[in-house]
Write a protein that binds this ligand. Structure first.
Ligand code: NAD
Length: 257
């Protein structure tokens, strides 16, 4: 599964799943572009660590995925774009009648619309290179719903629909588009939900993890960022050249229930 000679852009890759994917793609030989909206010294250090660890080129490019022009500028600045991983995402939890409209807009912009803008900018580059892979990080929440996550669930269902459309529009070309649907992975995004859930249910941390989060995940284990990265490498490999327009669930059986 060598990705030597390929360049991968991973949006939202200075932590969590995006960082795990960046490591696995780099381990497979791809040059990687790390992105976030922050532009701290640590962000550049992450790129350097990936380059040093895997012996590939790695650099950091700042772009705020809530801004259409920055989404497109990220792809332009990166130069080549053989592999595009749309991973940037945020979450907000509230009943729909109390859901702040600005949070709705931010979630739709970062979790869904950014993938439209980056894909639109990346496809001409993939066509020029004669090869391309679009991998969208959706969610088990793109296939199922749960209360209080209306914007997130709408965005994740939306990105799966968009993935299928991109797959059909590129079906006769050496380009594929697929979505990965993670179940729970213990990243900063999930960590941030634990304190409020502890308060809401009057439970300690371990009980929240066991009885609220992993209750939905039949394996009773968190999936890992390395597993998301490995799935992404597979989707980029020649073995997956005929896999397009589909979703791969990495969710410990969540969506089998
Ligand atoms: P995380 O908080 O660790 O990562 C989110 C990433 O998005 C960070 O790198 C952050 O810098 C970036 N980001 C946020 N806003 C941005 C913006 N405006 N511009 C650019 N980058 C921005 O969380 P994670 O769990 O690793 O989430 C990554 C993806 O995986 C998200 O799309 C999330 O919805 C999805 N996902 C996560 C889980 C899980 O259990 N952790 C499950 C299903 C899907």
């Amino acid at each position: 599964m060598s990705l030597n000679g390929k360049t991968a852009i991973i949006t939202g890759s200075n932590s969590g799943i995006g960082l795990g994917i960046a490591h696995e793609l780099a381990k497979a030989g791809a040059a990687v572009v790390i992105n976030s909206f922050t532009d701290r010294d640590e962000d550049h250090a992450i790129a350097k660590e990936i380059a040093d660890t895997h012996g590939v080129s790695a650099r950091y490019i700042k772009a705020d995925m809530s801004k259409p022009e920055e989404c497109r500028a990220l792809i332009d600045q990166a130069g080549a774009c053989d592999i595009l991983v749309n991973n940037a995402g945020i979450q907000h939890v509230a009943p729909i009648d109390q859901f702040p409209p600005e949070k709705w807009d931010a979630i739709i912009a970062i979790n869904l619309s950014s993938a439209f803008h980056t894909t639109a900018a990346a496809l001409p580059k993939m066509r020029e290179a004669g090869w391309g892979r679009v991998v969208n990080i959706a969610s088990a929440h793109g296939l199922t719903a749960s209360p209080y996550k209306s914007a997130y669930i709408a965005a994740k269902h939306g990105i799966i629909g968009m993935t299928k459309t991109v797959a059909l529009e590129t079906a006769e070309e050496p380009i594929t588009a697929n979505a990965i649907c993670p179940g729970y992975v213990l990243t900063p995004l999930v960590e941030a939900q634990i304190p409020d859930t502890m308060k809401e249910y009057d439970m300690d941390r371990e009980t929240v993890i066991r009885e609220v989060m992993l209750k939905r995940q039949p394996s009773k284990e968190f999936a890992t960022v390395e597993q998301m990265g490995g799935t992404c490498v597979f989707l980029c490999s020649d073995a997956a050249a005929q896999i397009t327009g589909t979703t791969i669930s990495v969710d410990g059986g969540w969506t089998a229930l």
